[in-house]
Design a binder for this molecule. Structure first.
Ligand SMILES: [Zn+2]
Length: 406
């Protein structure tokens, strides 16, 4: 049985099913040698979005490519080329961007096996492509309502394109719940055995999984409470073993505001819970008002990807401040370059501890994971700096901006 599906999640709206956009724009692939390559089909007309004229378009495409390279660096156990349609002409007033995998595989039986084309190809290689010759997913970008810095030359008021691109690409990997507001799946109403995504196996409340792993029936009473239960343990949780291990053995709060948000509730780490030094890239909102944002998935988020089925070579890149997939001299220089300076809230690049001051605690975050990851290019590892005692400080950082991303 063949049941093609294509859907896109947009913030503050319902699921939209639409036909695949025809045509190809410019394509820019990741560097040769990456086991997984994210290849982008830029569908904007000339002068718009990612096809903006001149250096602006070049830099936007380069920023998106860097985000793909980062994820490819985590997926070196696999070999696939992921083709994503990119549309940079979105005009939703509040949403920064959105993304989704396409779904073209035959419908699986009841359970948690509803994988998107992106995940199927990464896990099984290009030969497993359920819809060869077509894109595997889509990314939508809002350049109209927000100012974006495509790389790292931030001016006042500019948002971090690379950070949000990593966020969106991570959704296409399967970091997303397929449970609708009323507890239905894509296939069935609540209360019956049905088909769910791998992520949904671990959607839980404080008493455990909400969907039975034997009957595949969602518990509507508990779903109705937890899905709008608010922050922390009152709301939805993710209880996959790897994510929990990275969270001190505790289930990971998922975003579940008291007013359901289509495309956001249940599919993100809890923006209201993970704040300050515990900010997560998969929070539903960008972390900062302007400037450099998180560019590295946390151990919790990497654990989540493992729980849904990926084997990752690098599982902890804490301290990779510039997001190049390696903790080394460039990260150290970011900290030292801003040493002893007060920084405004929202500059987590040099201030990963989030205390608005660049000092020993930030240095220790880098040194604490020195040499983790894969050195960019052919460069050899950098010698370890002289030891500095770990002095990790937990600080809360107030959020002064609430902008969402799908
Ligand atoms: Zn999102």
């Amino acid at each position: 049985m063949f049941y093609p599906r294509f859907y896109v999640r947009l913030m503050h709206g319902s699921f939209i099913r639409s036909a695949v956009v025809a045509g190809l724009g410019l394509a820019l692939a990741s560097p040769v040698g990456a086991a997984v390559t994210f290849s982008f089909n830029y569908l904007d007309v000339t002068g718009v979005g990612f096809n903006a004229v001149g250096q602006t378009g070049i830099d936007r495409r380069a920023g998106l490519a860097q985000a793909g390279d980062y994820l490819a660096g985590l997926l070196t156990n696999y070999n696939a080329t992921i083709n994503l349609d990119v549309i940079g002409s979105e005009t939703d007033d509040f949403s920064l961007a959105a993304a989704a995998s396409n779904f073209n595989a035959p419908v699986p039986g009841n359970g948690f096996g509803d994988r998107g084309d992106v995940m199927i190809k990464i896990l099984g290689g290009d030969s497993a492509d359920p819809n060869p010759g077509a894109a595997d997913g889509s990314i939508f970008w809002n350049f109209q309502d927000f100012n974006w810095e495509p790389l790292s030359d931030f001016q006042p008021g500019e948002l971090d394109l690379i950070s949000t691109a990593i966020h969106e690409l991570t959704h296409t990997l399967g970091f997303v719940s397929d449970i609708f507001e009323d507890g239905s799946s894509f296939f069935d109403p609540p209360g019956v055995a049905t088909i769910w995504s791998p992520f949904d196996e671990f959607v839980a409340d404080s008493t455990g999984p909400i969907i039975s792993d034997t009957t595949f029936i969602l518990d509507s009473t508990r779903w109705d409470a937890a899905s709008v239960g608010g922050t922390g343990a009152n709301g939805l949780l993710f209880d996959g073993p790897n994510a929990m291990a990275a969270n001190g053995g505790n289930p990971v709060p998922l975003y579940s505001p008291t007013l359901w948000e289509d495309g956001s509730s249940g599919s993100h780490t809890d923006t209201d819970f993970f704040t300050g030094a515990n900010l997560q890239l998969m929070n539903s909102e960008a972390s900062v008002f302007e400037g450099l944002d998180l560019r590295v998935l946390s151990s919790i988020e990497l654990g989540t990807l493992q729980d849904i089925g990926y084997t990752l070579l690098v599982t902890d890149l804490t301290g990779d401040l510039d997001g190049d997939g390696f903790v080394g001299i460039t990260d150290l220089n970011i900290v030292l370059g801003a040493w002893n300076q007060n920084v405004p809230p929202g500059d987590p690049l040099a201030d990963p501890s989030g205390d608005n001051f660049v000092g020993i605690e930030d240095l220790n975050i880098v040194l604490g994971n020195w040499n983790a990851g894969t050195p960019p290019g052919t460069g050899a590892n950098v010698p370890e700096p002289s030891a500095v005692s770990l002095l990790l400080v937990g600080i809360t950082m107030s959020l002064n901006r609430r902008r969402t991303r799908g």
